[in-house]
Design a protein around this ligand. Sequence first.
Ligand SMILES: [Zn+2]
Length: 430
Amino acid sequence: MRTPVLRVVLTRTAPALAALTLIGGLPAPARAEQAGGGATPATDEYVLLPDRVFDGYTMREGHGVAVRGAVITAVGPAATLPAARRHVLAGATLLPGFIDLHGHVAVQGVPPATVLRHGTTTVRDLTGPARPLGGGDGSLRQLAAGPILTAPQGYPLPVWGGGGGHGHGDAAALAVEVTDVAQAREVVNHLVDAGASVVKIALEPGGSPGAPWSKHAARVPSPWPLLAPDVLKAIVRGAHDRGRKVSAHLSNATGARLALDAGVDEWAHMPCEALPEDMLARAVTAGVRIVGTLDTQSQCSGVLANTREFVARGGTLLYGTDMAHTELPWGINARELELMLHASHGKLNAEAVLSAATGKAGEHLGMAPLGRLVPGAPADLVAVRGNPLHAFKRLEYPELVISGGRFVVDDLLRGSGKGQAMHPAAGSPH
Ligand SMILES: [Zn+2]
């Protein structure tokens, strides 16, 4: 395969080298960060008995979960679960580990172990170094899009491009300028070969007051160039041919129309500016899924109205925070969940909101039953005291976190005096 002639844009930091490597045709190194928790044997078997279990769609009172190795083997009332070592989590709720569908963890240098300890067990980075799926074995499970594909001199270059400025937050942004149809297909193939699980594009002409990227002084005044429709369609076709979805950064009707015309699968943000109702209706009909990032865009004029209209029409709103933006927590974001609940005006209840970050998110990734607590699902779990349906905030401070069957946070077990989580083979009286 010949090396494509591309302008690879940015950065001064290590992720740029990864991107450069990628564009040169060699896969970027897969760096499976090891968070803590590797001490627990993955072949161990145990049963967790909280007051209730959220299975990724439904809250089930009086249920427990059995885990063997890295996998959930049974979910149900205590009497139906295997006779393995039992940990009673009195007063607690057990849930699937959260899936954040919009992050920039790697490019911003957020410690994966910190994210994991705060209940997010899977992150999909949209922009950053391309690399294959990794983690999930006592470490943060990470998926990546790789560099964002954009028009020549398109977003994010007018804001963050050209040697030195602030990054997506404060580090580096990564982008590839795509000029024509042939190059579009080639770039997509390179990204997928490097392990990209989704293809991220920019359809951002600028000018959305309140959006995080609008708070930085642009080097080039808007409107910024957008991908030509034929190039955009070639990217989408190329991604679909390789079994990948396309996720678009967009913030207004101009970007949304381009995305709808090209068959883009996902919008990486709820648009910042209010969209015409017929355009949101078109998105719902086309099966477009929208990753909220409502919290980081809370100063946008149209985000809440767009959310209400999209959800009211039956659109699928998914959980994603844009993690690494400076005002956001490194882990579960309760404020994002609250905004999803309130912006939907009663259309989504608290269970549906949690589902958008667990069961529905895993399904959206094509990785179901990831994000669920059902037999056969990866043993990624979090527990909090009380019932999070009544207080999302508790989720930001989980007292139990398990990744791939391995205990990463075990405060709840130690607090209850039931067993020793880090060394469960030592046994508990149950
Ligand atoms: Zn982002």
